[in-house]
Design a protein around this ligand. Structure first.
Ligand code: BG6
Length: 296
């Protein structure tokens, strides 16, 4: 067995989820009725040479690359996690992966993790499935001596059936009325109205609403819908979840080596994230971040 052999767990209903140890990266969730909810690029690298393009990459401790000495979206998706408990046959099926950041060697681009104490924590990913539902929970336990700040996302790539991502009636994201939108491409900021978000160009936007801590959206993924909910807490206190909606569209797709030129028709990323005004995790304390995806 190689260290990156994927783990598949099944539920008594017939649903199943597949996770690669590299990144504790979920690459497939097939519902009991046989519907695949996640997109993975046909050119994705599955050998640990690059973060997997698709599925659910885990983002921490930063979104994007505000600190250039850490990789874009952090280092969780570029490290081998250890498998923990696995349970099949009950009401739900589940498994765990964990990563002790003191063991991480590739946190910084220059490989200087040995000198780093900022993110001394254990991260546990719990993956739980029912017939039509996938729950992912990340728990961050600060095992070090100092508090640290962080951002985290589930960078979820949803599969859009029939290549319909650019068809506004078949692919859209609703539930974010009143959220503040920040367009990462144009720099514009505005408050979102009633119309759902559609993919009519390169879309790379962050939506936030501090008065709605729990995120709840419905994504039309090519005619069939998916509910995506997320919530987070730091030291037991609720903290708001924002969401990034991303589709690279024509030009950006061409520049991505692990994504074919046409695959922007087949996916939309809806990425719940703990991004703004996040309290630090004090030493000895923890944060919990949960995403639930349900096939409707
Ligand atoms: C999104 C970002 O979360 O991830 C985009 O908002 C980025 O700007 C995209 O292009 C993909 O990032 P990466 O590092 O996986 O290529």
């Amino acid at each position: 067995m190689s260290q990156n052999d994927p783990v598949t767990i099944t539920h008594k209903s017939g649903s199943s989820v597949t996770i690669y140890p590299y990144g504790a990266h979920i690459t497939s969730f097939k519902t009991a009725s046989g519907r695949e909810l996640l997109f993975v690029s046909s050119s994705a690298k599955l050998d640990g040479s690059k973060a997997i393009r698709g599925g659910i990459p885990l983002v921490f401790p930063q979104f994007g690359q505000p600190d250039k000495s850490y990789p874009q979206h952090g280092f969780l998706r570029r490290n081998y996690w250890k498998a923990g408990l696995k349970e099949e046959g009950g009401d739900s099926s589940s498994c765990e992966f964990y990563l002790d950041l003191k063991d991480v060697e590739t946190a910084r681009g220059d490989g200087q993790w040995g000198k780093e104490t900022k993110y001394d924590c254990r991260i546990t990913l719990t993956v739980k499935i029912l017939a039509e539902e996938l729950t992912t929970i990340m728990k961050f336990d600060n095992t070090g001596a100092v508090p640290f700040d962080f951002q985290t996302l589930f960078h979820t790539y949803l599969k859009v059936a029939g290549g319909k991502a650019l068809d506004p009636t078949s692919c859209n994201v609703s539930g974010l009325e009143g959220y503040k939108a920040e367009d990462k491409i144009t720099g514009e900021e505005y408050v979102l109205g009633e119309s759902p978000i559609i993919i009519d160009r390169e879309v790379d936007r962050i939506y936030q609403n501090s008065s709605k801590p729990i995120l709840s959206v419905v994504v039309n993924t090519g005619g069939q819908k998916v509910s995506l909910k997320a919530k987070a807490s730091v030291d037991g206190k609720e903290t708001p979840v924002s969401v990034v909606v991303w589709n690279p569209h024509i030009e950006k797709a061409k520049g991505m080596s692990d994504f074919t030129d046409e695959q922007y028709h087949d996916m939309v990323c809806v990425e719940p994230g703990v991004l703004y005004d996040v309290p630090s995790i004090e030493n000895g304390k923890s944060a919990v971040f949960e995403q639930v995806i349900t096939a409707l």
